[in-house]
Ligand binder design. Structure first.
Ligand code: HEC
Length: 117
């Protein structure tokens, strides 16, 4: 993938991983569970957000995204389960590669500008 940190092979692998482990909550196209993902439920929990570049995902550098997937959301009061025991680092990186492949070029560029040196 020209100009991106990942390869086409990682995107392909990530697609499988995402459909198997993540789509149940984040949607098969990483579109999120609900349209208004920023509104918490009665318990104060946030729904699974989109990961397709339309939500907050691009605010986080790669290591934070990976850490979130590895540890889940519980350490920050969230609901997402951890995947550290299920997916290798390589598989977690592939999952990120896939959802980042959905980001519009403009969002990806902004992410690179903010987070990479
Ligand atoms: C059981 C439902 C569920 C599953 C399965 C799940 N997530 Fe999540 N995810 C959430 C929720 C809910 C949040 C919002 C924060 C929280 O409550 O932890 C979230 C947040 C995130 C975030 C942070 C987004 C942001 O903008 O801060 C990332 C990245 C993420 N998930 C990636 C993944 C990946 C990759 C997978 C598969 C390996 C996955 N999630 C599987 C429910 C889930």
């Amino acid at each position: 993938m020209p100009g991106r940190w990942y390869t086409a092979a990682q995107v392909e692998q990530g697609y499988e991983i995402f459909q198997q482990h993540c789509a149940v909550c984040h949607g098969t196209q990483a579109e999120g569970a609900v349209e208004q993902w920023w509104i918490p439920d009665e318990q104060g929990n946030y729904p699974p957000p989109p990961l397709n570049g339309t939500a907050h995902d691009w605010h986080h550098p790669l290591d934070e995204l990976l850490d979130w997937i590895d540890r889940g959301g519980a350490h920050l009061g969230g609901q997402m389960p951890p995947f550290g025991h299920l997916l290798s680092d390589e598989e977690q990186r592939a999952a990120v590669a896939w959802f980042q492949s959905l980001w519009p070029e403009e969002i990806y560029r902004r992410w690179v500008t903010i987070h990479q040196r």
